[in-house]
Design a protein around this ligand. Structure first.
Ligand code: SF4
Length: 399
């Protein structure tokens, strides 16, 4: 591969040289910090795009999903969150099995392949109402109920469960391993400073980076494919952002189980503690996305298109290879203010960048090998809907 043109960095040949090395062979911690601090955005983006072209040359993917908002009570309080609801709120969600199944069945009709289960963090630890609701359904914990609902959805519809219920213990993850092809927990940031007084995670003990890292480590020890990522612009410094990416890289290198890194840009929402906080600037976020690719060349890097409705194509330029879950059936309950674009419009934008759009499972093809999935029924179901490349059969969607 030829060297990158670096005309306007001639004044700093060390950075130009570093960027060329990044494309060819990756970056050290010190180099990652220096690139974030000193490299021009256009060059950073161009380098990230070239790294993606080399390391992930195939289609840009998305997961056709339904969003099952199982319970949106939450023990924690993050000052940017509108997902969490309080008892009595009109938008409170506490779904019974019939409601769960109805959504999954609707998803099957629209050829969805992922059932995304989302909950607040251990609601039963804070709300008596949540405990009583779980007991009425025959369960003592949210995870126990997720396990049963995963069984139900898998058996009745064949949609593949993927759960994001926040921080989980090893024992809890074992409970989900047979029915969930992958699990998710956002690291969001590795900065403990953001747990300080007046900071976004002050009242969110589960957002302590040590707790999140422990969850990701436990998943690694269990061989569970994990989705994680960062929430960009919640008050971290650029150095802390790079450190957070390096923490994910370290976990990936140790366990090989990080199947994707989601990059989400913070956008302030009315009536939250951070309503007046500025959004992540588009340039800062673009740099953050490019750095994710530069730091983890071969990993799947995702930006959800609904959070950047006017210009999401630019993230392909910055090295992503995935759009995440898009639902033709349900809304994004975490960001209801941002409707998903239609799959047709995502396809148009993707093809405009000369790349194909393909549907993937909530498990990336490379994780079909390596012994990550041991459950026979999951393997059987995957076999019914995946083609030889591990992506969703095109005739399955178009049938
Ligand atoms: S832990 Fe998740 S659901 Fe709970 S307040 Fe924070 S962002 Fe919202």
């Amino acid at each position: 591969m030829g060297r990158l043109p670096v005309p306007h960095l001639l004044a700093n040949p060390a950075v130009a040289e570093m960027l060329t090395r990044a494309v060819e062979s990756g970056v050290t911690r010190a180099e990652a910090h220096q690139l974030m601090a000193e490299c021009g955005t256009d060059l950073l983006v161009a380098a990230a795009g070239r790294i993606r072209d080399r390391a992930r040359p195939g289609a840009v993917t998305y997961s056709r999903k339904v969003f099952i908002n199982l319970v949106n009570l939450c023990r924690d309080t993050c000052t940017y969150c509108t997902y969490k609801k309080e008892p009595g709120d009109q938008m409170l969600s506490m779904m019974d099995p019939a409601q769960v199944l109805a959504i999954a069945e609707a998803g099957k009709k629209f050829r969805c392949t992922e059932a995304l289960f989302v909950t607040g963090e251990r609601p039963e630890q804070k709300y008596e109402q949540a405990g009583a609701w779980l007991r009425s359904l025959g369960h003592s914990s949210t995870v126990d109920y997720i396990r049963e609902m995963s069984e139900l959805v898998l058996e009745k519809t064949g949609l593949l469960p993927h759960t994001n219920a926040g921080s989980l213990t090893k024992k809890e993850m074992v409970m989900l391993k047979d029915t969930n092809v992958s699990l998710g927990v956002m690291l969001e940031t590795s900065s403990e400073r953001l747990m300080g007084k007046g900071m976004p995670h002050e009242d969110a003990p589960s957002k302590n980076p040590k707790v999140r890292i422990k969850t990701l480590e436990s998943a690694g020890e269990l061989g569970i494919p994990m989705t994680t990522g960062l929430l960009v612009g919640i008050g971290e410094t650029p150095e802390e952002l790079v450190d957070s990416l390096l923490v994910i890289r370290q976990l990936l290198e140790k366990y090989g189980h990080i199947q994707e890194v989601i990059m989400q840009n913070f956008a302030p929402k009315p009536e939250t503690g951070m309503a007046r906080f500025p959004p992540a600037s588009s340039e800062y976020f673009l740099r953050a996305v490019a750095m994710a690719r530069i730091i983890m060349p071969g990993t799947n890097v995702q930006v959800p298109p609904n959070l950047n409705p006017d210009a999401f194509g630019r993230y392909i330029d910055a090295g992503i290879n995935d759009w995440g879950g898009i639902s033709p059936v349900t809304i994004d309950h975490v960001n209801p203010e941002f409707p998903w674009p239609s799959i047709e419009s995502v396809q148009k934008v993707t093809e405009g960048r000369r790349r194909r759009l393909r549907a993937r499972l909530p498990l990336y093809p490379e994780f079909l090998k390596g012994g990550f999935i041991t459950s026979e029924r999951l393997l059987q179901q995957i076999g019914l809907i995946a083609d030889s490349s591990g992506l969703v059969r095109e005739d399955y969607i178009n049938d």
